[in-house]
Design a protein around this ligand. Structure first.
Ligand SMILES: [Zn+2]
Length: 89
């Protein structure tokens, strides 16, 4: 059931910090709570779920460009090594 991204369980620390552009929404979720709610899905999929939750905040269609990301993950090397190893054939 892995979608190819780094799973929530491999995010560094006990909390998953995300930030969303361009709306500037930020949040901190308990990793255990996220896994309980969504399963141990890939962070890219979690990002799209979180981004979808943003959409209702804007009236303007061109603001539906939300893209959540995980600043703490970007600081680590997990994403890079996963990309190198987990590439689709
Ligand atoms: Zn957003």
């Amino acid at each position: 059931m892995n979608d190819g991204g780094v799973p929530i369980s491999q995010h560094p620390g006990e909390q998953v910090i995300y930030a969303c552009t361009p709306c500037g929404r930020r949040g901190v979720y308990s990793k255990a709570k996220l896994i309980a709610e969504h399963g141990d899905i890939g962070l890219p999929r979690l990002a799209s779920i979180l981004s979808a939750a943003c959409d209702g905040r804007f009236d303007s269609p061109q603001m539906k460009l939300c893209k959540a990301y995980f600043p703490r993950l970007a600081e680590s090397s997990i994403a890079d090594s996963k990309n190198a190893n987990g590439r689709e054939p």
